[in-house]
Design a protein around this ligand. Structure first.
Ligand code: SF4
Ligand code: SF4
Length: 385
Protein backbone atom coordinates (compact mmCIF):
# COMPACT_ATOMS: atom_id res chain seq x y z
CA UNK A 1 0.00 0.00 0.00
CA UNK A 2 1.50 3.30 -1.10
CA UNK A 3 0.36 5.95 1.37
CA UNK A 4 0.79 5.14 5.10
CA UNK A 5 -2.47 4.68 7.01
CA UNK A 6 -1.66 7.54 9.41
CA UNK A 7 -1.41 9.91 6.46
CA UNK A 8 -4.54 8.54 4.76
CA UNK A 9 -6.56 9.11 7.94
CA UNK A 10 -5.14 12.58 8.48
CA UNK A 11 -5.72 13.69 4.88
CA UNK A 12 -9.20 12.09 4.80
CA UNK A 13 -10.19 13.93 7.97
CA UNK A 14 -8.82 17.20 6.55
CA UNK A 15 -10.94 16.76 3.38
CA UNK A 16 -14.06 16.03 5.43
CA UNK A 17 -13.45 19.21 7.48
CA UNK A 18 -13.10 21.28 4.29
CA UNK A 19 -16.33 19.86 2.89
CA UNK A 20 -18.22 20.38 6.15
CA UNK A 21 -17.01 23.99 6.09
CA UNK A 22 -18.49 24.30 2.58
CA UNK A 23 -15.11 25.05 0.95
CA UNK A 24 -15.03 24.38 -2.77
CA UNK A 25 -11.36 25.20 -3.25
CA UNK A 26 -8.79 24.03 -0.76
CA UNK A 27 -5.16 22.90 -0.99
CA UNK A 28 -4.08 19.30 -0.49
CA UNK A 29 -0.33 19.46 -1.14
CA UNK A 30 1.85 22.56 -0.69
CA UNK A 31 4.77 22.58 -3.12
CA UNK A 32 7.53 24.48 -1.36
CA UNK A 33 10.49 25.26 -3.61
CA UNK A 34 13.17 26.82 -1.38
CA UNK A 35 15.60 27.27 -4.30
CA UNK A 36 15.93 26.57 -8.03
CA UNK A 37 19.66 25.71 -8.04
CA UNK A 38 20.39 22.06 -8.87
CA UNK A 39 23.50 19.88 -9.16
CA UNK A 40 22.09 18.15 -12.24
CA UNK A 41 20.76 19.53 -15.53
CA UNK A 42 18.15 17.05 -16.76
CA UNK A 43 16.91 17.27 -20.34
CA UNK A 44 13.22 17.39 -19.35
CA UNK A 45 13.60 19.87 -16.46
CA UNK A 46 11.72 23.15 -16.73
CA UNK A 47 12.67 24.42 -13.29
CA UNK A 48 16.30 25.50 -13.46
CA UNK A 49 16.59 27.72 -16.54
CA UNK A 50 17.18 30.95 -14.64
CA UNK A 51 20.02 33.46 -14.44
CA UNK A 52 22.39 33.20 -11.46
CA UNK A 53 20.60 36.09 -9.73
CA UNK A 54 17.56 33.80 -9.39
CA UNK A 55 19.44 30.53 -8.90
CA UNK A 56 21.30 32.11 -5.98
CA UNK A 57 18.09 33.11 -4.20
CA UNK A 58 16.87 31.01 -1.26
CA UNK A 59 13.71 30.99 0.81
CA UNK A 60 14.76 31.39 4.45
CA UNK A 61 13.65 29.02 7.20
CA UNK A 62 11.20 31.68 8.41
CA UNK A 63 9.76 32.18 4.91
CA UNK A 64 9.29 28.42 4.49
CA UNK A 65 7.55 28.04 7.84
CA UNK A 66 5.40 31.12 7.17
CA UNK A 67 4.28 29.54 3.87
CA UNK A 68 3.30 26.38 5.77
CA UNK A 69 1.32 28.50 8.24
CA UNK A 70 -0.41 30.39 5.41
CA UNK A 71 -1.41 27.27 3.49
CA UNK A 72 -3.25 24.59 5.48
CA UNK A 73 -2.41 21.66 3.16
CA UNK A 74 -1.72 18.53 5.24
CA UNK A 75 1.11 17.45 2.91
CA UNK A 76 4.18 19.55 2.07
CA UNK A 77 6.33 18.49 -0.86
CA UNK A 78 9.77 20.10 -1.11
CA UNK A 79 11.07 19.98 -4.69
CA UNK A 80 13.51 22.38 -6.34
CA UNK A 81 16.10 22.62 -7.76
CA UNK A 82 17.83 20.29 -5.37
CA UNK A 83 16.60 21.00 -1.83
CA UNK A 84 19.66 19.36 -0.26
CA UNK A 85 21.77 22.25 -1.62
CA UNK A 86 19.93 24.60 0.77
CA UNK A 87 22.18 25.13 3.81
CA UNK A 88 19.18 25.25 6.17
CA UNK A 89 17.23 22.34 4.75
CA UNK A 90 17.52 20.38 8.03
CA UNK A 91 15.91 23.24 9.99
CA UNK A 92 13.21 23.75 7.33
CA UNK A 93 12.20 20.08 7.43
CA UNK A 94 12.36 19.89 11.24
CA UNK A 95 10.15 22.99 11.50
CA UNK A 96 7.51 21.57 9.16
CA UNK A 97 7.56 18.13 10.81
CA UNK A 98 7.05 19.87 14.18
CA UNK A 99 3.81 21.27 12.74
CA UNK A 100 2.73 17.66 12.02
CA UNK A 101 2.57 18.12 8.26
CA UNK A 102 3.66 15.19 6.09
CA UNK A 103 6.89 16.24 4.36
CA UNK A 104 8.07 14.72 1.08
CA UNK A 105 11.60 15.93 0.37
CA UNK A 106 12.30 15.39 -3.35
CA UNK A 107 15.92 14.78 -4.21
CA UNK A 108 18.08 13.47 -7.01
CA UNK A 109 19.95 11.74 -4.13
CA UNK A 110 23.46 12.80 -5.15
CA UNK A 111 23.90 14.45 -1.73
CA UNK A 112 21.50 12.30 0.27
CA UNK A 113 23.98 9.98 2.03
CA UNK A 114 26.18 12.92 2.99
CA UNK A 115 23.26 14.94 4.38
CA UNK A 116 21.32 12.23 6.22
CA UNK A 117 22.73 13.41 9.56
CA UNK A 118 20.74 16.65 9.16
CA UNK A 119 17.45 14.76 9.53
CA UNK A 120 15.66 12.59 12.07
CA UNK A 121 13.54 9.62 10.98
CA UNK A 122 9.83 10.35 11.45
CA UNK A 123 6.47 9.11 10.14
CA UNK A 124 6.08 12.72 8.94
CA UNK A 125 9.20 12.69 6.73
CA UNK A 126 9.70 10.77 3.47
CA UNK A 127 12.60 11.21 1.04
CA UNK A 128 11.29 11.04 -2.53
CA UNK A 129 14.14 9.99 -4.78
CA UNK A 130 14.07 10.95 -8.45
CA UNK A 131 14.41 7.78 -10.61
CA UNK A 132 13.10 8.01 -14.16
CA UNK A 133 13.38 4.31 -14.92
CA UNK A 134 16.11 1.69 -14.77
CA UNK A 135 19.79 2.58 -15.23
CA UNK A 136 19.79 3.22 -18.97
CA UNK A 137 16.67 5.41 -18.95
CA UNK A 138 17.47 7.24 -15.74
CA UNK A 139 21.05 8.14 -16.61
CA UNK A 140 19.85 9.32 -20.01
CA UNK A 141 17.02 11.39 -18.45
CA UNK A 142 19.41 13.12 -16.03
CA UNK A 143 22.13 13.46 -18.70
CA UNK A 144 24.84 11.91 -16.52
CA UNK A 145 26.30 8.41 -16.24
CA UNK A 146 26.30 6.69 -12.86
CA UNK A 147 23.47 8.67 -11.23
CA UNK A 148 21.17 5.63 -11.07
CA UNK A 149 23.70 3.63 -9.01
CA UNK A 150 24.33 6.57 -6.68
CA UNK A 151 20.59 7.06 -6.15
CA UNK A 152 20.08 3.38 -5.35
CA UNK A 153 23.02 3.43 -2.90
CA UNK A 154 21.52 6.52 -1.21
CA UNK A 155 18.11 4.84 -0.92
CA UNK A 156 19.74 1.88 0.83
CA UNK A 157 21.68 4.18 3.17
CA UNK A 158 18.54 6.14 4.09
CA UNK A 159 16.55 2.96 4.72
CA UNK A 160 19.37 1.54 6.86
CA UNK A 161 19.08 4.62 9.09
CA UNK A 162 15.30 4.16 9.43
CA UNK A 163 14.05 6.85 7.03
CA UNK A 164 10.94 6.44 4.88
CA UNK A 165 11.83 6.53 1.18
CA UNK A 166 9.69 6.76 -1.96
CA UNK A 167 10.66 6.97 -5.61
CA UNK A 168 9.36 9.52 -8.10
CA UNK A 169 9.39 8.65 -11.83
CA UNK A 170 8.57 11.02 -14.66
CA UNK A 171 7.70 9.23 -17.88
CA UNK A 172 8.64 10.55 -21.32
CA UNK A 173 7.72 9.24 -24.75
CA UNK A 174 11.03 7.46 -25.27
CA UNK A 175 10.06 4.81 -22.72
CA UNK A 176 8.17 1.72 -23.90
CA UNK A 177 5.48 0.06 -21.79
CA UNK A 178 7.72 -2.93 -21.07
CA UNK A 179 10.45 -0.57 -19.80
CA UNK A 180 8.03 1.18 -17.44
CA UNK A 181 6.69 -2.19 -16.25
CA UNK A 182 10.25 -3.53 -15.69
CA UNK A 183 11.05 -0.40 -13.65
CA UNK A 184 7.90 -0.85 -11.52
CA UNK A 185 8.81 -4.54 -10.98
CA UNK A 186 12.29 -3.52 -9.83
CA UNK A 187 11.19 -0.60 -7.65
CA UNK A 188 8.46 -2.66 -5.96
CA UNK A 189 10.42 -5.86 -5.40
CA UNK A 190 14.11 -4.97 -5.22
CA UNK A 191 14.11 -1.52 -3.62
CA UNK A 192 13.09 -1.33 0.02
CA UNK A 193 10.80 1.67 -0.49
CA UNK A 194 7.29 2.72 0.49
CA UNK A 195 5.89 3.60 -2.92
CA UNK A 196 6.48 4.88 -6.44
CA UNK A 197 4.97 8.09 -7.76
CA UNK A 198 4.66 7.92 -11.54
CA UNK A 199 3.52 10.70 -13.81
CA UNK A 200 3.77 11.74 -17.45
CA UNK A 201 6.16 14.67 -17.76
CA UNK A 202 4.56 18.10 -18.15
CA UNK A 203 5.79 19.87 -21.31
CA UNK A 204 7.77 22.65 -19.60
CA UNK A 205 8.39 25.45 -22.07
CA UNK A 206 11.89 26.01 -20.58
CA UNK A 207 13.02 22.36 -20.76
CA UNK A 208 16.00 21.77 -23.09
CA UNK A 209 14.44 18.63 -24.62
CA UNK A 210 11.03 19.47 -26.10
CA UNK A 211 10.85 16.34 -28.28
CA UNK A 212 9.97 13.70 -25.71
CA UNK A 213 6.97 15.01 -23.79
CA UNK A 214 3.95 12.71 -24.06
CA UNK A 215 0.77 13.84 -25.79
CA UNK A 216 -2.53 12.94 -24.09
CA UNK A 217 -3.59 10.14 -26.44
CA UNK A 218 -0.19 8.47 -26.23
CA UNK A 219 -0.10 8.81 -22.43
CA UNK A 220 -3.39 6.95 -22.03
CA UNK A 221 -2.40 4.11 -24.34
CA UNK A 222 1.04 3.83 -22.75
CA UNK A 223 -0.44 3.52 -19.25
CA UNK A 224 -3.00 0.97 -20.49
CA UNK A 225 -0.13 -1.08 -21.89
CA UNK A 226 1.83 -0.67 -18.65
CA UNK A 227 -1.04 -1.70 -16.35
CA UNK A 228 -1.91 -4.71 -18.55
CA UNK A 229 1.57 -5.94 -17.67
CA UNK A 230 0.94 -5.21 -13.98
CA UNK A 231 -2.10 -7.49 -13.56
CA UNK A 232 -1.64 -9.70 -10.51
CA UNK A 233 1.53 -7.89 -9.47
CA UNK A 234 1.80 -5.89 -6.29
CA UNK A 235 3.31 -2.70 -7.63
CA UNK A 236 3.76 -0.17 -4.85
CA UNK A 237 2.11 2.87 -6.44
CA UNK A 238 1.42 5.92 -4.30
CA UNK A 239 -1.56 7.06 -6.37
CA UNK A 240 -5.27 6.88 -5.78
CA UNK A 241 -7.08 4.24 -7.85
CA UNK A 242 -9.10 6.87 -9.71
CA UNK A 243 -5.99 8.82 -10.78
CA UNK A 244 -4.66 5.60 -12.32
CA UNK A 245 -8.06 5.11 -13.99
CA UNK A 246 -7.68 8.65 -15.39
CA UNK A 247 -4.17 7.92 -16.69
CA UNK A 248 -5.55 4.91 -18.56
CA UNK A 249 -8.19 7.05 -20.26
CA UNK A 250 -11.27 5.97 -18.30
CA UNK A 251 -12.09 9.26 -16.57
CA UNK A 252 -12.66 12.67 -18.10
CA UNK A 253 -11.23 14.85 -15.37
CA UNK A 254 -10.57 18.58 -15.17
CA UNK A 255 -7.48 19.47 -13.18
CA UNK A 256 -7.52 21.00 -9.70
CA UNK A 257 -4.63 23.47 -9.81
CA UNK A 258 -5.44 25.02 -6.42
CA UNK A 259 -5.00 21.52 -4.89
CA UNK A 260 -1.21 21.90 -5.26
CA UNK A 261 -0.29 25.55 -4.58
CA UNK A 262 3.35 26.45 -5.02
CA UNK A 263 5.51 28.86 -3.03
CA UNK A 264 8.99 29.65 -4.31
CA UNK A 265 11.55 32.48 -4.31
CA UNK A 266 9.23 34.65 -6.45
CA UNK A 267 6.09 34.29 -4.31
CA UNK A 268 2.97 32.12 -4.75
CA UNK A 269 3.10 30.81 -8.30
CA UNK A 270 0.01 31.05 -10.54
CA UNK A 271 -1.74 28.83 -11.31
CA UNK A 272 0.01 25.62 -10.25
CA UNK A 273 3.31 23.84 -9.68
CA UNK A 274 3.81 23.14 -13.41
CA UNK A 275 2.79 26.37 -15.03
CA UNK A 276 4.45 29.67 -14.21
CA UNK A 277 2.24 32.58 -15.26
CA UNK A 278 2.97 35.05 -12.51
CA UNK A 279 2.86 35.36 -8.76
CA UNK A 280 0.64 36.35 -5.88
CA UNK A 281 2.08 37.93 -2.73
CA UNK A 282 0.09 35.75 -0.35
CA UNK A 283 -1.63 32.37 -0.35
CA UNK A 284 -4.97 34.12 0.21
CA UNK A 285 -4.41 36.31 -2.85
CA UNK A 286 -3.46 33.23 -4.90
CA UNK A 287 -6.67 31.43 -3.94
CA UNK A 288 -9.00 34.40 -4.24
CA UNK A 289 -7.65 36.34 -7.21
CA UNK A 290 -6.39 33.73 -9.66
CA UNK A 291 -8.61 33.25 -12.66
CA UNK A 292 -8.86 29.48 -12.23
CA UNK A 293 -11.33 29.16 -15.11
CA UNK A 294 -8.64 30.42 -17.48
CA UNK A 295 -6.54 27.28 -16.96
CA UNK A 296 -6.84 23.54 -17.50
CA UNK A 297 -7.19 21.31 -20.55
CA UNK A 298 -9.63 22.86 -23.02
CA UNK A 299 -9.17 26.33 -21.50
CA UNK A 300 -5.52 27.08 -22.20
CA UNK A 301 -3.08 25.89 -24.83
CA UNK A 302 -0.26 25.23 -22.36
CA UNK A 303 -2.55 22.82 -20.47
CA UNK A 304 -3.62 20.76 -23.51
CA UNK A 305 -1.58 17.62 -22.79
CA UNK A 306 -1.20 17.85 -19.04
CA UNK A 307 -2.08 14.69 -17.08
CA UNK A 308 0.42 15.21 -14.26
CA UNK A 309 -0.39 13.85 -10.83
CA UNK A 310 -0.02 17.20 -9.06
CA UNK A 311 -2.87 18.62 -11.16
CA UNK A 312 -5.18 15.60 -11.29
CA UNK A 313 -4.59 13.62 -8.11
CA UNK A 314 -6.62 16.19 -6.11
CA UNK A 315 -9.43 15.81 -8.68
CA UNK A 316 -9.34 12.01 -8.29
CA UNK A 317 -9.33 12.25 -4.49
CA UNK A 318 -12.33 14.62 -4.52
CA UNK A 319 -14.14 12.28 -6.93
CA UNK A 320 -13.45 9.33 -4.60
CA UNK A 321 -14.90 11.23 -1.64
CA UNK A 322 -18.00 12.18 -3.69
CA UNK A 323 -18.43 8.73 -5.29
CA UNK A 324 -17.24 6.01 -2.90
CA UNK A 325 -19.05 3.25 -4.84
CA UNK A 326 -17.27 4.20 -8.06
CA UNK A 327 -14.00 3.99 -6.16
CA UNK A 328 -14.92 0.63 -4.65
CA UNK A 329 -15.94 -0.81 -8.03
CA UNK A 330 -12.74 0.40 -9.70
CA UNK A 331 -10.65 -1.03 -6.86
CA UNK A 332 -12.42 -4.39 -7.09
CA UNK A 333 -12.24 -4.84 -10.84
CA UNK A 334 -8.89 -3.04 -11.28
CA UNK A 335 -8.04 -0.22 -13.62
CA UNK A 336 -9.59 -0.90 -17.04
CA UNK A 337 -7.00 -1.32 -19.80
CA UNK A 338 -9.31 -2.15 -22.71
CA UNK A 339 -12.50 -0.86 -24.27
CA UNK A 340 -13.54 2.65 -25.20
CA UNK A 341 -11.88 5.59 -23.48
CA UNK A 342 -13.76 8.49 -21.90
CA UNK A 343 -14.33 11.32 -24.42
CA UNK A 344 -11.45 13.79 -24.66
CA UNK A 345 -12.01 17.42 -23.67
CA UNK A 346 -12.32 19.51 -26.86
CA UNK A 347 -9.48 21.98 -27.44
CA UNK A 348 -11.11 24.25 -30.04
CA UNK A 349 -11.95 26.98 -27.53
CA UNK A 350 -8.70 27.02 -25.60
CA UNK A 351 -6.98 30.38 -25.44
CA UNK A 352 -3.53 30.60 -27.01
CA UNK A 353 -0.36 30.33 -24.95
CA UNK A 354 1.16 33.48 -23.51
CA UNK A 355 4.92 33.66 -23.04
CA UNK A 356 5.69 35.70 -19.93
CA UNK A 357 8.89 34.11 -18.71
CA UNK A 358 11.43 36.65 -19.96
CA UNK A 359 9.55 39.65 -18.60
CA UNK A 360 8.95 37.94 -15.24
CA UNK A 361 12.62 37.11 -14.83
CA UNK A 362 13.64 40.61 -15.90
CA UNK A 363 11.36 42.10 -13.26
CA UNK A 364 12.53 39.66 -10.60
CA UNK A 365 16.17 40.70 -10.95
CA UNK A 366 15.45 44.43 -10.71
CA UNK A 367 15.79 46.20 -7.33
CA UNK A 368 11.99 46.56 -7.20
CA UNK A 369 11.77 42.85 -6.41
CA UNK A 370 9.77 39.96 -7.75
CA UNK A 371 6.76 40.40 -9.96
CA UNK A 372 3.42 40.08 -8.29
CA UNK A 373 0.28 39.73 -10.33
CA UNK A 374 1.88 39.63 -13.76
CA UNK A 375 -0.52 36.92 -14.46
CA UNK A 376 -3.94 36.11 -15.61
CA UNK A 377 -5.55 37.18 -12.39
CA UNK A 378 -9.33 37.54 -12.45
CA UNK A 379 -8.88 41.28 -12.07
CA UNK A 380 -6.36 41.47 -14.90
CA UNK A 381 -8.58 39.43 -17.15
CA UNK A 382 -11.51 41.73 -16.56
CA UNK A 383 -9.32 44.76 -17.23
CA UNK A 384 -8.11 43.37 -20.55
CA UNK A 385 -11.54 42.12 -21.65
S1 SF4 B 1 14.63 17.44 -12.85
FE1 SF4 B 1 15.20 17.62 -10.69
S2 SF4 B 1 17.27 16.73 -10.60
FE2 SF4 B 1 16.89 17.18 -12.74
S3 SF4 B 1 17.73 19.25 -13.07
FE3 SF4 B 1 15.55 19.50 -12.58
S4 SF4 B 1 15.50 19.83 -10.38
FE4 SF4 B 1 17.51 18.94 -10.87
S1 SF4 C 1 -3.77 21.41 -16.75
FE1 SF4 C 1 -4.01 22.20 -14.67
S2 SF4 C 1 -2.40 21.23 -13.47
FE2 SF4 C 1 -1.84 21.00 -15.63
S3 SF4 C 1 -0.55 22.78 -16.10
FE3 SF4 C 1 -2.65 23.38 -16.59
S4 SF4 C 1 -3.44 24.37 -14.74
FE4 SF4 C 1 -1.59 23.21 -14.16
Amino acid sequence: MGVPLKQQVSVGWYIIRQRLAGRHRYPLVLFLEPLFRCNLACAGCGKIDYPDAILNKRLSVDECLAAVDECPAPVVTIPGGEPLLHKDIGAIVAGIVAKKRFVYLCTNALLLEKKLALFTPSPYLTFTVHLDGLKEHHDRAVCQEGVFERAVAAIKAARAKGFLVNVNATIFDNMAAEDVAAFLDYASADLDIGAVTISPGYAYERAPDQAHFLKRGKTKQLFRDVFKRGRGKRWKLSHSTLYLDFLTGNQQYRCTPWGSPTRNVFGWQRPCYLLNEGYAKTFKELMEETDWEGYGTGNYEKCADCMAHCGYEPTAVADAVRNPFKLLLTKLRGVRTEGPMAPEIPLERQRPARFLFESMVAKAVTPDGPPANESRSAEGRRASA
